[in-house]
Design a protein around this ligand. Structure first.
Ligand code: SF4
Ligand code: SF4
Length: 343
């Protein structure tokens, strides 16, 4: 069913929904951007439709709702432990198509990887329903069409934001009753068909080419450019790595809490082992690892599609202006060179 509602009606619907749902959406945080007097747009709970930022890509992805940057896991004393609690409400998240695909990739890593389920992720993920934000124009760093993540059917409600009203497509019958007083409309969500950037992801045809690519000098060109800050991975819709820390409340080392915090493969020390060995000591090594993970290794393991969803947030957040799409193009050129030399 399709509907048209003005913001006042939508706020009334938000109020009704909030009995059952916590609603999350991209929200503007004034003067919290990375430069003075700039804002940041990131996911948070919203109570009004006016709080939802439709006209800008969020700086940080929707994954923050399910895998926050920092999260308490459990509390312990000398002889027992207790898991952290979450509230009983279901979760409604406003997402763009690339974020929906990113959640699918996160589900796979947290829930279907090696036969283990991440309890802390699962207890949030199983409560999620999606409000799809129509996204027909994209932004200058987006390349979702190239990654095949520009379209999705996986949503309960789809919305297009006009000046002071919303066009709404309800796919999940559970939500039709909220729109009983709204005018009918034949709205259906549309999808972007072409981004400003097009990227062809190169195929790595065998292990020999892969081994030579890993040794290619292109990676070391990042040693002088990448400052290993990790901003690209924190902003990435699909990165899932985390580390855990025990925080003791006092001098008794047996009383405290365990937290997990997002970690970045781009930061020096990420791959350090006991005994001092590091697998990826240079920024170039770490860049190679990240790019191959997003554009080769994940697909090689799961046999279907690449991990990257083409949201372009890593390019937008990099303080050194390192573009993920330009890096993939460099990798494609290196593969061509390796194949030419091998003939
Ligand atoms: S690698 Fe970059 S473009 Fe791809 S999902 Fe992560 S942030 Fe988005
Ligand atoms: S690529 Fe850019 S954002 Fe990522 S670690 Fe290097 S400098 Fe930081």
């Amino acid at each position: 069913m399709g509907y048209k509602v003005d913001f006042k009606q939508m706020n009334h619907i938000f109020e009704q929904l909030s009995d059952e749902y916590d609603i999350y959406a991209p929200k503007r945080f004034k003067k919290q951007g990375r430069y003075s007097d700039t804002d940041i747009v990131r996911y948070d709970r919203v109570e009004n439709i006016e709080d939802v930022v439709f006209d800008q890509k969020s700086d940080y992805p929707a994954k923050e709702v399910l895998s926050p940057i920092t999260q308490p896991l459990f509390y312990f004393t000398e002889d027992e432990y207790r898991e952290s609690k979450v509230n009983d409400k279901k979760i409604l998240i406003f997402m763009r198509p690339c974020d929906v695909h990113a959640m699918e990739r996160q589900n796979r890593v947290y829930l279907q990887n090696g036969g283990f389920e991440d309890f802390y992720y699962k207890r949030l993920q199983e409560k999620v329903k999606i409000v799809l934000m129509e996204c027909c124009t994209g932004w200058d760093t987006c390349f979702c069409v190239s990654m095949g993540t520009n379209k999705t059917d996986e949503y309960s409600i789809g919305v297009r934001c006009l000046d002071n009203e919303l066009l709404v497509e309800v796919k999940d019958d559970e939500f039709n009753s909220y729109f009983e007083d709204a005018a009918n409309d034949d709205f259906k969500v549309e999808f972007i068909e072409k981004n400003q950037i097009e990227v062809k992801i190169p195929e790595i045809k065998d292990k020999e080419v892969l081994a030579k690519l890993k040794e290619h000098p292109m990676w070391q060109s990042f040693n002088s450019r990448c400052i290993s800050c990790g901003a690209c991975t924190i902003a990435c819709s699909t990165c899932t790595c985390f580390t855990t820390t025990d925080i003791m409340y006092n001098e008794n080392m047996n009383i405290g809490e365990r937290k997990r915090t997002s970690a970045s493969c781009q930061i020096d020390g990420f791959s350090d082992m006991a005994g001092g060995h590091s697998f990826r000591p240079t920024a170039g090594d770490r860049m190679r690892y990240k790019i191959l993970h997003k554009f080769h290794d994940y697909k090689a393991r799961f046999k279907d599609y690449h991990m990257c969803v083409g949201c372009g947030r890593c390019t937008s957040r990099c303080p050194e202006y390192i573009s993920v799409t330009k890096t993939v193009e460099k990798m494609a050129a290196a593969i061509e060179e390796i194949e030419r030399e091998g003939k």
